[in-house]
Design a protein around this ligand. Structure first.
Ligand SMILES: NC(=O)c1ccc[n+]([C@@H]2O[C@H](COP(=O)([O-])OP(=O)(O)OC[C@H]3O[C@@H](n4cnc5c(N)ncnc54)[C@H](OP(=O)(O)O)[C@@H]3O)[C@@H](O)[C@H]2O)c1
Length: 331
């Protein structure tokens, strides 16, 4: 597994990271034993970056990771944790809380659930519109100074917010959606990250499965699968989007690759400063994703892939309307 460094101040991590969100219900029921086996398989393959959020299954994801990581050398992997998103019992979103006292409170819970004395990269999942970002990241800086957190991260913020946060404390990486069908980061955000020496952990590189090659128009999202409300998965859009996937399949298979491997490798090829997160929740999906880290796509490969899925070709927003305003960039 190749190594990439998260920005000029962040940790060295594997060229692919594992996102654990799908192991705690975001995409419907997940099998706990299989989730843990997937984490173990990732670590054994050299994956050293694991991403979670305290609100993924409301603590379920952190507890699961604690179980999966128990007994491992704490220096052999890096934990990226998001906080600040409020939920209620059931599928209820209650906004965000990124006040300094909330930062400390969320962090204390995360450290306990994860069974660790520090988090490697700690980040607000979204901006709290009621709290200046300087106050939120100022509280994280205090926790860095106290040794509970190693690095500051951000998630889904725009270029101006990146600059404001970075002025308070160096930002290791921004986590943001970036894929063949979500390229809005290329306009302002990616150049800003590069100017400031900040890395990117790219999520949704498979469009939550839509551009993995395993989704079909007849596929029905099971109970609790958030993709059921995703505009790109909605009838009328999904057929158009899957036609793009079929074009990508032709390009991928001609080179002996799968659709998912091509989509992941395309993101990885956009720069050494980008680490794609893959949301595998089974060993089978992980085994397909991992070789993408070793693929080196030529300029011709990249051009063929982008001809199959041109910028802006996908139909539908990347989030339901109610969540779009909380994002750093559009589609
Ligand atoms: N910062 C943020 O706002 C934010 C938002 C969302 C996610 N994230 C992070 O990013 C991670 C990845 O995001 P994501 O899960 O939404 O996106 P993704 O990696 O684009 O999609 C993952 C889904 O694609 C399907 N899939 C099909 N083939 C696959 C393969 N070979 N390898 C992996 N998955 C495959 C799987 O669904 P099936 O199992 O149903 O096949 C899987 O759950 C999350 O786990 C989370 O840690 C961050």
């Amino acid at each position: 597994m190749q190594i990439r460094t998260l920005g000029s101040t962040g940790p060295a991590v594997s060229a692919l990271g594992l996102g654990a969100m799908g192991m705690s219900g975001a995409y419907g029921a997940a099998d706990r034993a299989e989730s843990i086996a997937t984490v173990h398989a990732a670590l054994e393959a050299g994956v050293t970056l694991i991403d979670t959020g305290d609100f993924y299954g409301m603590g379920h994801n952190e507890s699961l990771l604690a179980e999966a990581l128990r007994g491992r050398d704490r220096d052999s992997y890096r934990l990226s944790v998001k906080f600040g998103m409020l939920r209620g019992p059931g599928p209820v979103f209650g906004g965000h809380d990124c006040r300094p006292e909330a930062v400390r409170n969320f962090l204390a819970y995360s450290l306990t659930r994860l069974g660790t004395d520090h988090i490697d990269v700690y980040r607000p999942a979204r901006l709290d519109p009621a709290v200046p970002v300087e106050e939120t990241v100022g509280a994280i800086k205090e926790m860095i100074d106290a040794g509970y957190v190693r690095h500051l991260g951000l998630s889904e913020v725009d270029a101006a917010t990146i600059r404001r946060a970075h002025a308070v404390h160096p930002v290791a990486d921004l986590q943001i959606e970036y894929s063949l069908i979500s390229r809005a980061v290329e306009a302002d955000v990616l150049p800003t990250l590069r100017e400031l020496g900040i890395g990117m952990t790219a999520y949704g590189v498979l469009g939550r499965g839509l551009i993995s090659g395993h989704w079909s128009a007849g596929h029905t999202a099971g109970p609790g699968d958030g993709r059921a409300t995703g505009p790109r998965f909605a009838g009328g859009n999904v057929e158009h989007n899957l036609a793009l996937v079929e074009a990508l399949r032709r390009v991928a298979e001609a080179k002996g690759r799968t659709v998912a491997q091509s989509a992941i490798a395309w993101v990885a090829a956009q720069g050494e400063d980008i680490v794609p997160l893959v949301g595998a929740r089974t060993r089978e999906r992980l085994a397909e994703a991992l070789p993408a880290a070793e693929l080196s796509l030529t300029a011709d490969d990249l051009a063929e892939i982008e001809k199959a899925v041109p910028p802006g070709a996908a139909r539908g927003d990347r989030y339901p309307a109610a969540f779009m305003s909380g994002l750093g960039v559009g589609n």
